[in-house]
Every structure is written in C-alpha cells, then in structure tokens.
Ligand binder design. Structure first.
Ligand code: ADP
Length: 301
C-alpha cells in the first residue's frame, strides 16, 4: 500500500573527545553500526506501525547492504524493490562529541545509482501503491521519474531533505510537501525571511504549486495546509525527548500511510505527530520507532 522510494545508508558512529585537526589522528569509542538513510528509515517506521510497506532503493552487494535488508525484513517491510549492486552501500560516517554535536560525512554510494530506469523497471510496484513517499538522498532525476510515471490513483509525498532545488514539476505533484523549518526556509529563500510565522510559510509554499503542505515544528507539532481552508495547527504530545534522530522520517512515513488509508490531512498529521513524539523518547533512528500499540492514544477533545 505504501511504497517508499529513497535512500538506504549504514550509519557508522564513533564517539570522540574532540575532532581531529587536518593531519591529526584521535582515538574514539567502539564503532556502532546502525541501519539508516531517510528512505530505509521511513519504510521501517511505517512497517513497524503495521503498514503494508515496500522499499524501492539500491544497496551494495556487501555487509552493509545485508544489514539494511535484514532491518527492513525484521520490521516487516517488503524488500522485493531493493536492488543490490553497482556500488558500495551508502555510508554516513558520524563522529559525536561529548556535547552531542555530530559531524557527518555521507558517501551516497549505491543511492546515487538508483536511476530513472530503475523506476521504470519497477512499474508494478508503483502501480500497487496508494501512496509513494520520497526524499532527496537519491538523484533528483529519479524522484522526477517517480512523478512522471505516477499511477493516476497514487498519491505522491515528498520530504525535500537534504534541501536541494526541486523542479516545479515535482513540487506540483506533492500532496503533501512535508518540510521542517529548515527545509521550509531553504525552499522559500528570501520569501521566508519576510516572516517567522509558519502559517505564512505554508501559504507561500502552497503558492509554489504543491496540492498540500505540512510543516513539522519539533515539540510544537506540525501545521497542515491545503488550498481549501486556513492552515491547521496540529499539536505534538509533550514527551521527554532524548534523541530526535529520524523523527522527521517517522513523521513522514506515518503521515503517508494514514493518508493512504483515507485520513484527511489534519487527522493523518495528528497521528504522525504522535509517532514522531514517540520516536524522540528513545535513542537512535530505526531502533526508536514505535509500534502502533506504543503510539499515544488520541488526546481527548
Ligand atoms: P526533523 O526531524 O525533520 O527536523 P521535527 O524536529 O519537526 O523534524 O520533528 C518531526 C516530528 O516529530 C514533529 O512534528 C513532532 O511531532 C515530533 N517531535 C520532534 N521533536 C519533538 C519533541 N521534542 N517533543 C515532541 N514531539 C517531537
């Protein structure tokens, strides 16, 4: 029902007292290896909630690729669409210092080799999906091909992360475009500096062509907007946040799944906010994602 088209990375994490200067070597903690990448994260998040989910991605024929396939299967996601080979699996090399600040180098690897041709070859997977969710850790030509081959009955969701220029053809297909504050500011450029009001950003983003817009606002929840009515604020439950890694991916996955089930946009976003909030109460990305039982029940009206 939900198809995620996107990236899969191995996140290689080392704790350091401080970062090495050029030419210097420092010793760090034991290496921790986690399955990650925005596409793989979204697919795991949806599958853990109980969504029928497939991932269309590319990994290398290597140990990191096998780790990623295993984490998808453990969550219950369909991996028929995960292509293997062509380049090493994408990797994020992450150092974390004692203050919790990250420095990250990403090698896109196989993600950069997920091509428009791969999308065309996956026609039956696309046709079987009510919703297709995408991000920007794969080539923009590949995301554009998803839009061009989108079945008439299928809804298209984009989280433009990491921020990069999005062709108007892709923006026009988004229903919704899902952005955090940083991504909203990037897309709006100078238009964002005119105001600090998310409702104004939502209206300005809608003017760029998407059918609907969702802005995530961390602990503040989210804002939804479609052309028909004023933007709707959706609260997030109050939680003790320990690690926000991957919260946006969990939010977007839950949103896309609920929209595919027929929820209206504010209802789907309210559910997604509860999923995002649950994910920040635990460390890690995929490891932190809740099952539907763990998602806080709808607050009393
Ligand atoms: P991103 O991870 O892309 O920066 P956000 O920080 O906006 O995205 O988080 C996505 C969603 O996760 C939010 O809309 C909210 O529902 C939830 N969330 C994130 N941080 C918190 C928090 N501190 N408390 C409660 N919910 C949170």
């Amino acid at each position: 029902d939900l198809l995620v088209v996107g990236s899969a990375n191995a996140d290689l994490v080392i704790g350091v007292e401080r970062r090495p200067a050029p030419g210097e070597t420092v010793l760090g903690s034991d290496l921790a290896t986690h399955p990650g990448g925005k596409g793989a994260n979204q697919s795991v998040a949806a599958a853990r909630l109980g969504a029928r989910t497939a991932l269309l991605a590319r990994v290398g024929d290597d140990a990191h690729g096998r780790l990623l396939l295993a984490s998808q299967r453990a969550a219950g996601a369909d991996t028929v669409g995960v292509l293997v080979g062509g380049a090493p699996t994408g990797v994020a090399l992450i150092t974390v210092d004692p203050s919790g600040d990250n420095s990250i180098v990403v090698s896109p690897g196989a993600n950069a080799r997920l091509t428009p041709e791969d999308i065309r070859a996956a026609g039956s997977l696309l046709a079987a999906s009510r919703v297709i969710s995408t991000q920007l850790e794969i080539p923009i030509e590949t995301v554009t091909e998803v839009v061009r081959t989108l079945p008439a009955a299928t809804r298209f969701v984009l989280n433009p992360s990491p921020p990069a220029p999005v062709p108007s053809e892709v923006l026009a297909a988004c229903d919704p475009l899902v952005v955090n504050e940083h991504e909203a500011r990037y897309i709006l450029g100078d238009d964002a500096s005119a105001t600090d009001s998310p409702a104004d950003w939502a209206r300005a983003l809608l003017a760029l062509g998407p059918r609907s817009v969702v802005i995530t606002l961390g602990a503040e929840g989210a804002l939804t907007a479609d052309g028909d009515s004023s933007p709707v604020a959706v609260p997030s439950p109050k939680v003790d946040a320990v690690d926000t890694t991957g919260a946006g991916d969990a939010f977007t996955a839950a949103l896309a799944w609920r929209l595919g089930l027929g929820d209206d946009l504010p209802t789907a976003a309210a559910y997604a906010a509860r999923v995002g909030a649950a994910s920040v109460t635990r460390r890690g990305a995929q490891e932190s994602y809740p099952t539907s039982d763990e998602v806080e029940a709808e607050p009393e009206a």
